[in-house]
Design a protein around this ligand. Sequence first.
Ligand SMILES: [Mn+2]
Length: 479
Amino acid sequence: MAFKDLQEYIAALSLRRDLKKITVPVDPVLEITEIADRMVKRGGPALLFENAAGSPFPVAINLFGTLQRLCFALGVEDLDEIAKRVVGLIPQSPPDTFFEKMRFLVKLKEISGFQPRKVSAGPVQELVEKTPNLLRLPVLKCWPKDAGRFITLPLVVTRNPHTGQQNIGMYRIQIVSETKAIMHWHVHHDGAKNFRLHQAQGQDMEVAIVLGGDPATIYAATAPLPPGFDELLFAGFLRGEAVEVVRGTTVDLLLPAHGEFLIEGSVSATETMLEGPFGDHTGFYSGADNYPVITIKTITRKKTPIYPATIVGRPPMEDCYFGKATERIFLPLIRLQLSEVSDINLPCEGVFHNCVIVAIKKEYPGHARKVASALWGMGQMMFVKAIIIVDEDVDVQNLSEVAWKVLSSVDPERDTFMVKGPLDVLDHAAPQSIYGSKIGIDATRKLKEEGHLRPWPEEIKMAPEIKALVDKRWKEYGF
Ligand SMILES: [Mn+2]
């Protein structure tokens, strides 16, 4: 059963005792961040601030802040259930490129019922604000040196002017005034691409910002889908039920009908403003830069909406769990291209683009380097700064085991290699923005062709019969 919207999900969390309601007034400026940060760090519940200072609307945060909660949000016990459904969609003899293979998700359309379903009216349009005013929303100022208040969990809907294809992405939005805001998207984001296509024709771009919606749609907005792949179709697949959409009141876009708020307006082709600094998901502040200005025309909403938010900052944060969902759901697609990959871990501390640990079934000299090169050539993996390759018997999810195996199995001179390439815009260590060096660490057992001239030592393991004996006698020992 799929959640219809955020409020149904929040009610279900409450029933599971995985939601804490805070009734005293709390300030969306910094105070909510400090509380939410403590909760996410201790694996605490989702939070509903019923009395957000300066706003008539409650704030929900930490809605996806543990792996169990995210699974619950997506309607599964384990994320691998989704991965198995993805595998089921992939044909036996797929075409050549990774993206073509990913596009086979388009098969979804055939087994349909998952394509967004247009409805004539939706709760997100229950009420039209007489005068749209972003300042009435309980938008957080997240960290002390942030430039202002930022919408952090928006579904930003744009359209490709040539194909008509819509895109949903999650990009932070800085509030400037009642009707002005600044859109922060990175150059490779689909929303930014749609914007450049409008800009090239000298046109402002229609935009809709949906706050809320069902949990699968919110996750889908963060997933690294190939360009042109509909996030709402993916969300429909995840929840096993089509997402209902309504036409905007002042923009020609189809929008999730069960959002809490719907903000409509346009992104200026010409006008920019200084956006940031912003305390980012790297755990450091991102500097200020110029980004396009959004002018708001209309705000519609439910009669009693909840404002959804998240915070980023020193990991682990809530976005870590979205990243984990992506890691699990997309692993089968990586394995299509690289069948030798047995598992992969994007540790939270690596904030997705700093580190990937990958286990492989090694078959020939140089195999680890081949896998690293292939990953660096695959979609958003191109941004990864460090790729660590281990043998398949290493549990890549166990960072203690990884540290032990890597540190003991690497000859730094022989087993590390550096290449240059694109880097994430948030990598502040690179000498210049978005370009620099990457490292591969081959921590697999070395072969003699790889220059290892001695036998590889055997790992210590207890004899199975002794383990069984100790298991059996465990109580006898008096522990
Ligand atoms: Mn997209």
